[in-house]
Design a protein around this ligand. Sequence first.
Ligand SMILES: [Zn+2]
Length: 242
Amino acid sequence: MAQEDSFLYALSSNNAWAGYKAHQNPNFFPKLASGQTPQILWLGCSDSRCPETTILGLQPGDVFTHRNVANIVSPTDINTAAVVEYAVANLRVRHVVLCGHTGCGGCIASLPSDGSDSNTRVGGVLGTWLTPLRALRAAHGEELDGIKDASIRAARLAELNVEAGVRVLMAMGCVQDAVQEGRLEVHGCLFDIASGRIRDLGFGTTKGYVRRAVGAGTGGEEVRGRHAQLVFRGGSASMAVR
Ligand SMILES: [Zn+2]
């Protein structure tokens, strides 16, 4: 992105993009303007490297979205709850995807940088917001402290955060109703920034979670699991696990 004025560059890029899309498909914007019928609700991190529609290879209109710092799903957060309720009860999406990611600043800030068991502190509102991550870190201290590689330790905390968030989602009334009616699937995923791949962690309504194949602290650690692809085809969305 141009360094001189990134906003002017963004506007110019938007103009070029709109022209390209309209040229490619003259009906694209008129159809988009007629309404939305997204099949996926995406709950993710605000991190600039995790733009859901782009990394899923989808288009405007495909993904209803809520993103916050470290993709925390808190039961008392009316913002997240309103998005989930609208998406599930009104838009009737077929998939709720909670996706964390590697290299998440919120997770890194919630872990001691030196591998010690000392507490980490982030001040202000951000510190309050990240409290659930510090609580997870405390609850899983032994496992996390055993992971020597800081980036893998942060990725593991991101996984635990997704697991906790999916648990909150699955306890929401509107989600429980839709799952019982057989019209909603809930997925917990992790986006690996270094490879661009999204991995289905198997939480929620997805079965077959494959835990980390290599134990913590054994060296050569690797986070492994099933790969998943979200596919949008013929007006409906699905998640293919392979
Ligand atoms: Zn993040």
